[in-house]
Design a protein around this ligand. Structure first.
Ligand code: PGA
Length: 267
């Protein structure tokens, strides 16, 4: 009997890097350097590069998914400069929601992030919800409390069934580890992944053990092994290193080892 298995996911968050002129080529190069069985690959370029990346991957690597980095909490309206879920149709199949840089720079609240999740799911987008504490929270022993509050605020108003069906992925990204070169310990990230699934259970999820939890924060080819050695961690949301084909080759290659081991364990 085959038991349910969580996928191994490596998602590239290109943030505000690349242009429509160069994004397609970079996506193609990364796709060709990361052909590893069993790993779900997602590339999230800036909005204006989505079409270029989609077109580049459609020919070269149709199994690599394209994701947006954000989505608006309304379907349409007077929201200058924003992008709604219906606008992403045909351009992206995944979307990052609640990244700490959006929480910080765009004052995104958990309530609003919850609405974004709803719009994403209605629009057929698979969401990656980001949660994570600040350094001061961790030092004060409040990391779990912060993540718990975020999860309840982001997810509490939603039908777990709908989000589970949409394939919700959660990325634990301690804010102090993002772009700093200071990654969390694998064991701390794994403990938080277990906490995340425990909170999901408390807010009505019937099968929290099936929700993929990624780690994000200064992930590189050199340190990905520390995270993927933890059974609770299902992959990574990669920022800076995701723009470097050599790094991505190493990261996805290591993810392939975990994917193969999981497959062997359930066969
Ligand atoms: P980083 O970013 O890998 O550059 O730390 C991760 C993220 O913000 O998703």
């Amino acid at each position: 009997m085959i038991r349910a298995m969580r996928p191994v996911v490596i998602a590239a968050n290109w943030k505000m890097h690349t242009t429509p002129a160069d994004a397609g080529e970079l996506a193609r190069t990364i796709a060709s350097r990361t052909r590893v069985p069993g790993v779900t690959r997602v590339i999230c370029p800036p909005f204006v590069c989505l079409a270029a990346v989609r077109d580049a991957l459609a020919e070269a690597a149709p199994d690599v998914a394209v994701g947006a980095q954000d989505v608006h909490h309304e379907l349409a309206g007077a929201y200058t400069g924003d992008i709604s879920a219906p606008m992403l149709a045909g351009l992206a199949s995944w979307v990052i929601v609640g990244h700490s840089e959006r929480r910080r720079d765009h004052a995104e609240t958990d309530e609003r992030i919850g609405k974004k999740l709803a719009r994403a799911v209605e629009g057929g987008l698979r969401p990656i919800l980001c949660v994570g504490e600040q350094l001061a929270d961790r030092e004060a022993g409040r990391a779990v409390e912060v993540v718990d509050t975020q999860l309840r605020g982001d997810l509490g108003a939603h039908d777990p069934e709908l989000l589970a069906e949409a394939g919700l992925v959660i990325a634990y990204e301690p804010v102090w580890a993002i772009g700093t070169g200071r990654n969390a310990l694998g064991s701390d990230a794994a403990a938080m992944a277990e906490t995340i699934r425990a909170v999901l259970g408390m807010i009505g999820w019937t099968e929290p053990g099936l929700v993929p939890v990624l780690y994000g924060g200064s992930v590189t080819a050199a340190n990905i092994g520390e995270f993927l050695a933890e059974p609770a961690i299902d992959g990574a949301l990669v920022g800076g290193a995701s723009l470097k084909p050599d790094e991505m080759a190493g990261i996805v290659g290591r993810a392939g080892v975990t994917a193969a081991a999981r497959l062997a364990a359930i066969a």
